[in-house]
Design a protein around this ligand. Structure first.
Ligand code: HSE
Length: 307
């Protein structure tokens, strides 16, 4: 039996909602899994030259961890090995949740192949533990907009969709930034002033998106907890943010840990204008990249083929 899972790219943080807010995007990769007598890993598309094709592959590690946590008779089907095919359609190490997508895709595929021994909540808990933060994995698994908070018991999560169509202009600079590296520059503690700055804006963010009061997004997406520190990798960040807002974006933020920038709009052609303005600004700073306008994905990871 073979199972193929479609899984969305995700953008996390949305500025103020650091490590808690995630959004699934209409840009998808595919993970295919089938039982096999040994381990075979195939990678096509993004990262095909650099991604490991052995036990060091993130998807392989994820499936092995799933096997370790389940009784042997449940995982018998893949006990000898498995063939894994990663068809990566969106850029990796750019802040678009590629590792979350691979983990979630692998988990959903393996769970389906094994007769669904784990619930969605259990899959979310495992994916979040392996990823180290819940925002991207929750959005990749559930679709839509999520607020996801890991607890000892699991991930406490609310998923919702905004009451209107939103379009996101993504500016994807031509360099990779690993999340570990972008987390290493963050301070261990912050001032109460900065904590309160983000707290109010994160609440405003969720209230704005869930009620459709999107003229509040510019303030709601402001952040003092991670973007100012991460700017050391992206000195042009402020300029690109300004170009997005001047071109009519409702709000703008670093996508996850970057370097991709996400600017929100309520009109598709406006989003294209915003994307072009950000691209020009990046080019002016001497950095190459490309842009793409996406919508929200409201389905999350789903099995698209089983046979
Ligand atoms: N919340 C995570 C971070 C997302 O900002 O480090 C990583 O994509």
């Amino acid at each position: 039996m073979t199972v193929t899972v479609q899984v969305p790219a995700t953008t996390a943080n949305l500025g103020s909602g650091f490590d808690a807010v995630g959004v699934a995007l209409s840009w998808h990769s595919f993970v295919t899994l089938e039982p096999c007598d040994n381990l075979i890993v195939e990678v096509i598309g993004e990262g095909e030259k650099e991604i490991a094709r052995n036990e060091n592959n993130i998807a392989v590690k994820t499936i092995m961890e799933l096997q370790r946590r389940l009784p042997k008779d449940v995982t018998e089907r893949i006990s000898k090995g498995f063939r894994l095919r990663l068809d990566n359609r969106f850029p990796i190490t750019r802040g678009l949740g590629s590792s979350a997508a691979v983990r979630v895709g692998a988990l959903v595929a393996a769970n389906s192949l094994l007769g669904e021994p784990l619930s969605i909540d259990q899959l979310l808990k495992l994916a979040s533990e392996l990823e180290g933060h819940a925002d991207n994995v929750a959005a990749a698994l559930l679709g839509g907009i999520v607020v996801a908070v890991p607890t000892k018991e699991g991930v406490t999560c609310v998923r919702f969709l905004p009451p209107l169509d939103l379009h996101i202009a993504l500016l994807i600079p031509d360099f990779s930034l690993k999340t570990e590296k972008a987390r290493a520059v963050l301070p261990v503690s912050v001032t109460l002033t900065d904590a309160v700055f983000n707290l109010g804006r994160a609440a405003l963010l969720v209230a704005s998106l869930s009620t459709g009061q999107i003229d509040r997004l510019k303030v709601a997406m402001q952040d003092r907890l991670h973007q100012p520190y991460r700017q050391s990798f992206m000195p042009w960040l402020t300029e690109v943010f300004e170009s997005a807002l001047n071109a009519g974006a409702l709000g703008v933020h670093l996508s996850g840990s970057g370097p991709t920038i996400a600017a929100w709009c309520d009109d598709k052609s406006r989003a294209e204008t915003v994307a072009e303005a950000m691209w020009q600004s990046l080019k002016g700073a001497g950095v190459r990249g490309f842009w793409r306008v996406v919508d929200l994905d409201n389905q999350g990871a789903k099995v698209v083929q089983r046979g």
